[in-house]
Design a protein around this ligand. Sequence first.
Ligand SMILES: Cc1cc2nc3c(=O)[nH]c(=O)nc-3n(C[C@H](O)[C@H](O)[C@H](O)COP(=O)(O)OP(=O)(O)OC[C@H]3O[C@@H](n4cnc5c(N)ncnc54)[C@H](O)[C@@H]3O)c2cc1C
Length: 480
Amino acid sequence: MGGGEARIYDFAVVGSGTSGGVLAYYLQKAGAQTLLIEAGKRYSADTFPRNEADYSAQLFWGGGIEFDSRCTMGFLRGKCLGGGSVVNQALLDRFDDVAWDDWRAASGIDFFTADAMAPHYEAIESELSLQSIPEDRRNRNAHLFTQALDCLGIAWAPLRRGQSHCATEQGNDCMACLGGCHRDSKQSTLATFIPRAEALGLEVLSEFHVGRIESDRNGVTIHGTGRDGKESLQAGACVLAAGSFGTTHLLLASGFGKHLPALGKGFSMHPQYMTFAEFDDPVDAHKGAFQSVKSADFGLRKKGYKLENVFAPPVSVAMLFAGAGAPLQAFMMQYRHLACVEVAVRDEATGELSLDRRGRLRVRKVLTDNDETRRDDGLSLVRNLFESLGAKSIFQSPLYFGLHLMGGCAIGTDPRSSVVDETFQIHGVPNLYCADTSVYPLAPGINPALTCMALSHKLAGNLSKGKRERRGADAGEVWV
Ligand SMILES: Cc1cc2nc3c(=O)[nH]c(=O)nc-3n(C[C@H](O)[C@H](O)[C@H](O)COP(=O)(O)OP(=O)(O)OC[C@H]3O[C@@H](n4cnc5c(N)ncnc54)[C@H](O)[C@@H]3O)c2cc1C
């Protein structure tokens, strides 16, 4: 459709991360001329910043970390082509029945079952290389973790990772991939869906920050600022894939809050708490496969938290310590001797996203009593694990973070309590859709990325089906 300067795309996808990359691929593959818009820069395996402070500043929103309105909790979200999929750990888990049952009850949507979603998971999994780290390639941090879990009779399982050729057996440090994978091994959308879509004709516009959207029956106008200043783009329809913060911000800034009372409500984040323990012998948790095993115990699942062996690069570890000067120096001198286990809480979706007077996103999130009980239970279990291993000392970081930002545009059948309907259309707004993590009605307590991709696959299928049905009558002129 269209051409020249005033080109009108069949679809514009705003945000190129976990959801946006998948949508762009399937829409373009179905024959729709699609534009993928991303606020961040385009990097590649060769150009990702190498230094920890540089990549935090350049690949993340807020120059590394954003905070809630009381500055008690930090949030990390990727800002680059590929979004969260470039900076995340690529741990790709399906939801279990607990998560689907809770989502079905909260949203009223009947396809939220393991069976109904299985074809969408399968489609995504067939496009990716998924691997677990074999036992002989797990680092000592992982071995200490599983040894302690075995000792306390807690079930664990290898993590499933989206990676193809990490070469950890050759001494490659997997931890570096948090700043973008230098080997194109991590299965980010930047390394998978986006280049495949580009080969089919996808257009990509990076460094373009979308500020406002107008949508009516005739199509969508997307107002934003790019390298050449302010610009407005046209598309027949638009899919918002800017993540929990980005999509909610955009809808609020575009004035949709007036008729969508649930917009901005129901934010959750899986608060994560890191506990370090010092051992006599080096642990070298920064070597090899960074995260390889997780707790897989139904008792913990019911209690509302999970454990993962995890670590962080040196600048981040220093930041997690409560103190400065000589105590910090002494702590960092032990870097090679530190092990770490993280508690991730399945929190209640009580957070709220809104705009301040200057139009900036404000995050209000207070942990509920249930959240705190889950956290305390998890932290005391981690202490028991390290004590059972004879750790010399144990250090609980006072900071906690949300890496899994979810909600703000909950999906559901009732427009009074949700923002996105069961077809992934924004309630009552023609031509505007969303299937990213902003639609999560509740925290699943499971790594969210794979399900976000599966939902995006389902939405792309709905939109392609809309095109086929219309084409019979309209001779291929319109898509949705
Ligand atoms: C350090 C880290 C580790 C993680 N590890 C895991 C893991 O192992 N497994 C897992 O399942 N999840 C993990 N996550 C979470 C996971 O990455 C996210 O849940 C997922 O990427 C969210 O997908 P999304 O499409 O909703 O948003 P994103 O992937 O965040 O994509 C949103 C994109 O939209 C862009 N954008 C935002 N606003 C605008 C705008 N106004 N204009 C233009 N573009 C805009 C952003 O720059 C971004 O690129 C991790 C996250 C982090 C930060």
